[in-house]
Design a protein around this ligand. Sequence first.
Ligand code: FES
Ligand code: FES
Length: 162
Amino acid sequence: MRSSLTVNGTDHTIEADPSTPLLYILRDDLELNGAKYGCGLGQCGACTVLVDGKAVFSCLTPISVLVNRRITTIEGLGTLSNPNPVQKAFQTEQAAQCGYCIAGMIMRAQALLDRNLAPSDEEIRLHMQPNLCRCGTHTRILRAVRRASDEMVAGTAPAGTK
Ligand code: FES
Ligand code: FES
């Protein structure tokens, strides 16, 4: 069946079963490989993307529910040479070890900061809870989210970003 998806501001027509998880379409059809397959069960968050600004597990989200919704992946935030403030903060805090969880972590953090630019440390911790890091860099990840928030509030986030 044919479906239309809007990903990072671009419309795509996809030929796939409506029950196909968004993650498979992103990676296999659209070559957006930032979101990762970790568990496929909604238990790790490696596949996290934004749908209408909310963090969702793309491994559990069938494309049938995504018509006329706005999908954002890590590729829609910034680039290596022009990272957005959240990506930049993760780089500065060296939050990645193997990096497998990081796209999902950044997308979940982005969802929080888009609706609350100045969350408390406790709010950050609670919000980030669904996403797991097998390398155990949670402390650096939390520091990165804190930094992104603080820099955006202070207006010192790097230029040329979202
Ligand atoms: Fe989606 Fe683990 S791969 S939550
Ligand atoms: Fe390796 Fe998080 S950095 S899983």
